[in-house]
Structure formats: C-alpha cells, structure tokens
Design a binder for this molecule. Structure first.
Ligand code: ADP
Length: 412
C-alpha cells in the first residue's frame, strides 16, 4: 500500500491518494528467481565438493599404495600412514563444514586451548603454500568453551581466503589477546578472547564488503561463497563477534571475539587424565563394520575390555546378560542412527530401565543433530563426533567414568 498527500497551492494537505496493489505474483517470481539462483550455487557447490573429495581420495590412495609396496620390502611406512591420517582429517573437516551449513548445527562445546587449535589448523591449511603464518599468541590466553571442529573450520576458512588473497605469497599474522569489556552490571559476561587474522592481500573493495557474509557470495571462479557465511553463523552460535576491516591493495583483517570460559581448572585436569589408560569394560555399538572393528581395536589397544554390538537390540541383550552374570559393563558407546534397527536414543531408553545408573556415550557423524548438543537430556553422559581421534574418545571416556548421572525424570 502506497499513500501520497494531495496539497493545495498553500501546501496544505487536502487529501490522500492511496494505491493498493496485489504483489503476490511479483513475490512469487522473486522467490522463483531466488530458488533458481540457489540451485545454480548448489551446482557449483556440488562440483566443488566432488573436486575436493577427489583430491583427498587421490592423496590417500597414493599414500596407501606406497605403503603397501614398501611394506612388502619390510620398509618403514609410518610416514605414509601419518600422511593418510592428515588427509583423512581434511576430508572430515570438509564434511563438517557441509553439515554445519546444511543444518546450522548447534556447537558441541568443551573447554579448549584456542592457541593450540589455531596453530594446528593453520599449519595444516598452509602446508605447501608460499604464505607463511606468524603467530603472536600469548601463553596466558584465556581458555574458551568452543566446538573445536567448528572453530577449526572458521580458522581454516579465513586462512584459505587470506592465502588466496595473497597472490604472490607473504606473511599471514595471527594475534591473540585477552580483553575485558566494561559492562553495566557484574552478571553480563565481559571476559573475551580476541583473535586477529591479518593478511597483506588484495583487500576487499568497499562496494562489496557488506556482501561477503552472504551465503553463496563469491568473487572467485572456483569459490562457493560459503566460507564466511558458515563462519559467521558459527561465531554467532558461540555468542561471539565476527568483524572485518579491509583496505584494497593493502590487506584484510578479520577479528573473532569469543567469550572466555570459566573452566580453566577442568581443562588442565582433563589433560592430565588422558595419559591414563583404561581398564573399564566397554560395550561398543555401531552398525558400520569398519567403525565398530577399528573402534574396538583402538580401545583394546588402550587397555579397555571391549565387546562389540551391531545394533541396539544386540547391545541390550549383551548388557542384560553381562549384568545378570555379575560382570556388568562400565560404559556403553552407542551410535545415534542405525538404519532399520534400534538407534542410540531408543536403545538408551530401554537400557535406562534395566540400569538407571548406566553410563553411556552417544556417537554420530551428524554433529548438527540436536541430540548431540543436548545429549544429557537423553540420558547420555558424553558425546563423540565421528570420525573421532582416539585422544578425543579417551578423553570423553575418562570424563564419563567419574560423572554423576542426571535424575531419570530429567530425561525425555
Ligand atoms: P569463497 O572463498 O568461496 O569465495 P567466502 O564466503 O569465504 O567464499 O568469501 C566470500 C568472498 O569474500 C570472497 O569471494 C572474496 O571476494 C571475499 N574475501 C574473503 N576473504 C578475503 C580476504 N582475506 N581478502 C580478500 N577478499 C576476501
């Protein structure tokens, strides 16, 4: 609806023209255009993902083939194995990025040393590049409560963008700083960790700087325009701030500001515990053969007594029997989704009836599933996201062993 005043010669308003217009059709066309544009971008994205995964597979294949040949000659293959692990992690980061974007998953937070995370992520992202990272991350940087996978993804995105902007190479600077904001009351959190990422690349023209956080906005031939939009949504979900400053021809600086954690002490304690090997009796349920078998081997290697189950019903039967013969399991690790069978949540509901004190960890590749960030409400004591590094799994196991259960009525 538009309205315009009608004025007489003296400028007095003597009436109004009101125009009512049905814009349904116009809106429909706009939506169709938006859909078409999104489909276009999806095509570009699918192409990009296929390309990236292909490179990753090529890398793993080459390493495994070399390892196989060398092994026949009884030569050391650890170099190829380590390289395969590193490349696989890259694939896992890519999957996480796609999942965050697809579902906007809530972060699964834990207290972490962000300086270590930055160093590891950047070194990996810049391997083989002519851009060199320079770190100015003080030892006493406060601990932050973050989803390490998601924040690594943000750092990775910013590093790759910076590298692509620095066409002839150069230095990419990382700064860390503890900051305290003045707040009106003592209850509003005011301790933050500020991370600055400063490149000396082509910069961002003023006309487009307001668009760079839009999904699918890209100025690159092979870009997908998802890096900054995913990063923005991740930082927002961490109750942080994400800002940019740029001078064309001189460089771009991104700022990430995250709330500091109150959990410094627990971080140090849990790091100590990781060293300890377990003796606990563990039931591992996963329908995926490779994950179940390798997971079982990994846990046995660390001294745990492991029993494997393919699905929920088998896990329930094994748990019941072990309890009856007086050799109960100390902990259960369960897969969230089991196609055609009982998944983690349904299995847990039954197991809680058999043993209200059960200690269980839920595992899934769907980091964005609401259960993964709200696992305690479903009766679980911990969570691991697949594919997990063994350090992560052991850390969660150690924590859960001593953890108290929530009362039954808190559970759905
Ligand atoms: P993509 O990298 O796939 O294009 P992003 O969302 O990560 O998607 O970035 C969107 C756009 O923002 C880029 O295409 C580029 O134009 C601009 N941009 C992002 N980071 C930088 C940077 N460090 N220097 C210059 N331009 C940048």
């Amino acid at each position: 609806m538009n309205s315009t005043p009608i004025k007489d010669n003296d400028g007095q308003v003597i009436g109004t023209v009101i125009v009512l217009q049905d814009i349904t059709e116009k809106q429909k066309i706009e939506q169709e255009l938006l859909k078409a544009a999104k489909l276009d971008s999806l095509g570009i994205l699918a192409g990009g993902v296929a390309h990236d995964f292909n490179n990753i597979l090529a890398g793993i294949l080459a390493n495994l083939q070399l390892a196989a040949v060398k092994l026949k000659k009884h030569q050391d293959i650890s170099k190829y194995m380590e390289s395969s692990i590193a490349i696989t992690r890259k694939a896992s980061n890519l999957t996480k990025q796609l999942l965050t974007f697809a579902k906007g998953g809530d972060p699964v937070k834990k207290s972490a040393d962000i300086a270590k995370l930055i160093r590891e992520t950047v070194q990996f992202a810049l391997s083989g590049s002519n851009v060199k990272a320079e770190f100015h991350l003080p030892e006493d940087l406060w601990v932050v409560d973050i989803d390490e996978g998601q924040i690594a993804q943000v750092i990775n995105n910013l590093t790759i963008n910076a590298e692509q902007a620095m066409l002839t190479g150069g230095i990419l600077e990382f700064y860390g700083e503890n900051i305290i904001f003045e707040t009106a009351d003592q209850y509003t959190p005011n301790h933050y960790v500020k991370i600055t990422i400063k490149d000396h690349g082509i910069g961002i023209p003023a006309e487009i700087i307001h668009k760079i956080f839009d999904p699918f906005f890209t100025t690159k031939k092979t870009g997908n325009g998802l890096g900054l939009s995913t990063s923005h949504s991740i930082i927002k979900k961490h109750n942080g701030y994400f800002e940019v400053e740029s001078a064309p021809g001189i460089g771009t600086t991104f700022y990430i500001i995250l709330p500091a954690s109150m959990n410094e002490v627990t971080l140090i304690e849990s790091q100590k515990e990781i060293a300890a090997s377990g003796e606990a009796k563990i039931l591992l349920m996963d329908d995926e053969d490779s994950i179940r078998n390798v997971g079982g081997e990994m846990l046995s290697y660390f001294g745990y007594q492991v029993t494997l189950a393919r699905g929920g019903q088998e896990a329930i039967d094994l748990y019941k029997r072990a309890k009856e013969i007086g050799e109960p399991f100390d902990m259960v690790i369960m897969d969230l989704t089991v196609p055609g069978g009982l998944g983690g949540i349904e299995t847990m509901a039954v197991l809680r009836q058999i043993d209200p004190d059960i200690k269980a960890i839920i595992s899934s590749g769907y980091a964005s599933d609401p259960v993964m960030s709200d696992y305690e409400r479903y009766g679980f004591s911990g969570v691991v996201i697949k594919p997990y590094k063994y350090e992560e799994l052991i850390e969660v196991l150690n924590k859960v062993i001593d953890k108290k259960q929530l009362p039954l009525d808190f559970i759905y």
